[in-house]
Design a protein around this ligand. Structure first.
Ligand code: SF4
Length: 234
């Protein structure tokens, strides 16, 4: 099965506990005001990949003692069948995990999904797509409702464990305030046609606290890096 992907990264350290594989799916119909990831909105943007290719990344991450998989976007539930297949495959590979995660908390790797849909909007098809998720973060991003809660972008967003592993791993974090950097800065060369590397892309991974995007932009500028098309500007 094919799936449209905006990007992947390992190790991701700002969206869930420990060192994780991050997969950002492409396409979001929700258009939250203040979204930092407008480049993920277009349904036909990003790159078409096979679910199997993503699972190969997950297999490699598990061998490298990943603590979990975070699927975000974009809106993962805009591709429900592909998301379902991805999570089912990730759970199957996780069951065969031979290394404990790097965080040393004794838990196997967990599967976390971010969706902009509210809990009340998770109809049967969306619930089915999330069947193998250990925890979900639900709710639109609302720029007028900032929060200090870890891994959430606005105060209305809910972190909900869905399995025994999810409860064991996420319950200690439900009311925890974020500490340390909320954003991870990654530099990547963008591929261009002809196979040559393009100009570097700066990716800010995580959920920024209020003012943190402007701060990051300033911090990069002071180091000679000027952002040409920040993904949070219309
Ligand atoms: S914040 Fe998330 S749900 Fe809202 S528009 Fe951006 S990608 Fe979509």
């Amino acid at each position: 099965m094919r799936i449209r992907v905006s990007g992947t990264h390992f190790p991701l350290e700002t969206l869930g506990p420990g060192r994780r594989l991050g997969i950002w799916l492409q396409g979001c119909p929700l258009a939250c005001h203040g979204c930092m990831s407008r480049h993920t909105w277009e349904r036909e943007g990003g790159e078409s990949m096979s679910v199997e290719a993503l699972l190969e990344l997950w297999r490699t991450a598990l061998a490298d003692r990943a603590d979990g998989l975070t699927v975000s976007g974009g809106e993962p539930l805009a591709q429900p069948e592909a998301l379902s297949e991805l999570l089912r495959g990730a759970a199957r590979l996780r069951a065969a995990q031979t290394h404990p995660g790097a965080s040393g908390d004794g838990h196997p790797a967990d599967l976390l999904v971010y969706t902009g849909y509210e809990q009340s909007e998770l109809n049967a098809a969306r619930q089915a797509a999330l069947a193998h998720a250990d925890a979900v973060v639900t709710g639109r991003f609302r720029i007028a409702e900032p929060t200090g809660l870890v891994w959430r972008g606005s105060a209305n967003q809910r972190l909900t464990p869905r399995t025994g592993l999810g409860r064991a791993r996420y319950t200690p974090h439900l009311d925890r305030e974020a500490q340390g950097p909320a954003l991870q800065v990654v530099m990547e060369a963008l591929p261009v046609s002809g196979g040559r590397a393009g100009p570097p892309a700066v990716r800010l991974l995580g959920v920024p606290r209020r003012g943190e995007l402007s701060y990051s932009e300033r911090w990069l500028r002071e180091r000679g890096i000027r952002l040409r098309e920040p993904s949070w500007r219309p």
